[in-house]
Design a protein around this ligand. Structure first.
Ligand SMILES: [Zn+2]
Length: 251
C-alpha cells in the first residue's frame, strides 16, 4: 500500500513537471507572438504594423512599366513589370527574397492583379496557357524563398479570375520545369558585362501539349537570364508569348 502510493506520487510529480514545462513554453510562445507585433514594421518606411504597409505598396505598384526595349530584342510581344526596382519596390523584392519575417503575399498578389489586367487583353483569344518561372539556384528553391514560383502561381490564379469575369474559359498551368546548372554562380555582384554572358539553364522533363508560354521572373535587369530561358524553351518547341516580372530596372 505504502509502495503504490509512493509510485503514484512520483508519477504525478513527473506529470506535473512536464505540464509546467509545456505551460511555460506555451506562455513564452504567446508572449513572443504578442510582442513581435510591435516589432514588425514596413520594410521601406519602417512604420509599425505590416511588413509591407498600404501606402508603400501603392507607391510601388504605381511604378509598373512595360520594357519595350527588351521585348524587341527578346522577340516577344510584351515585357511587363509590376514595379520599378527602386524605392519601395526594391525593398519589397529584396525582403521577399532574403527576409524570412517578411510576408510577401500582399506584395506578390498586388502585382499579380495589376499584371493580370494587362495580360487579359493579350491572351483574350487563347484558351490554354502555361506560366513558367525563371529558375533560381537550388539553395533558394528549397528555402521557401523561390519568389518567381510564388509569383507564377499568383499570376495564374488572377488570370483565370479575369477570364471568368469576362465569361471566357482560360486554363493556366504553372510548370516549374527550368533549372539552373549547379555551376552557375548567380548574378549577384557581377558587372554589366559579366551579366551578359549566357547563363546555364536547362529544361527538366518535357512540357505536355507544348502550350504557349509566359515567362515569369522576380527582377529583370539586362534580360540575360530571361533570354537564356527563352532560348531553351524555344529549342524545346515552345512559343513564348511574353514576359512578366515583379520588378524591373528602368531603362
Ligand atoms: Zn511603408
Amino acid at each position: 500500500m505504502e509502495e503504490s502510493r509512493q509510485l503514484i506520487s512520483s508519477f504525478d510529480f513527473l506529470g506535473a513537471m512536464s505540464n509546467i514545462g509545456d505551460f511555460f513554453l506555451t506562455t513564452l510562445r504567446c508572449v513572443g507572438r504578442f510582442f513581435s507585433r510591435f516589432f514588425l514594421s514596413c520594410r521601406y518606411c519602417f512604420s509599425p504594423g505590416d511588413t509591407a504597409c498600404e501606402r508603400c505598396l501603392e507607391d510601388a505598384l504605381d511604378t509598373g512599366m512595360e520594357r519595350e526595349d527588351l521585348s524587341s530584342c527578346l522577340q516577344v510581344e510584351y515585357v511587363f513589370s509590376g514595379c520599378a526596382y527602386k524605392g519601395a519596390g526594391r525593398a519589397f523584392v529584396l525582403s521577399a527574397k532574403h527576409d524570412l519575417s517578411f510576408s510577401a503575399d500582399s506584395f506578390v498578389e498586388g502585382i499579380a492583379i495589376e499584371l493580370s489586367y494587362k495580360l487579359a487583353e493579350k491572351v483574350s483569344r487563347k484558351t490554354h496557357v502555361a506560366i513558367i518561372p525563371v529558375p533560381s539556384r537550388a539553395r533558394r528553391r528549397y528555402s521557401g524563398r523561390y519568389i518567381s514560383l510564388d509569383f507564377a502561381r499568383a499570376l495564374a490564379q488572377q488570370m483565370v479570375c479575369r477570364a471568368q469575369e469576362k465569361g471566357e474559359v482560360l486554363r493556366v498551368e504553372v510548370y516549374d520545369c527550368l533549372r539552373l546548372s549547379p555551376f552557375d554562380l548567380g548574378q549577384r555582384g557581377r558587372s554589366g558585362k559579366q551579366r551578359r554572358i549566357q547563363r546555364k539553364v536547362y529544361l527538366r522533363g518535357k512540357v505536355k501539349n507544348l502550350l504557349p508560354v509566359i515567362l515569369v521572373d522576380d527582377v529583370i535587369t539586362t534580360g540575360t537570364t530571361v533570354r537564356s530561358c527563352a532560348e531553351v524553351l524555344r529549342q524545346g518547341g515552345m512559343q513564348i508569348l511574353g514576359i512578366c516580372s515583379l520588378s524591373s530596372v528602368a531603362r
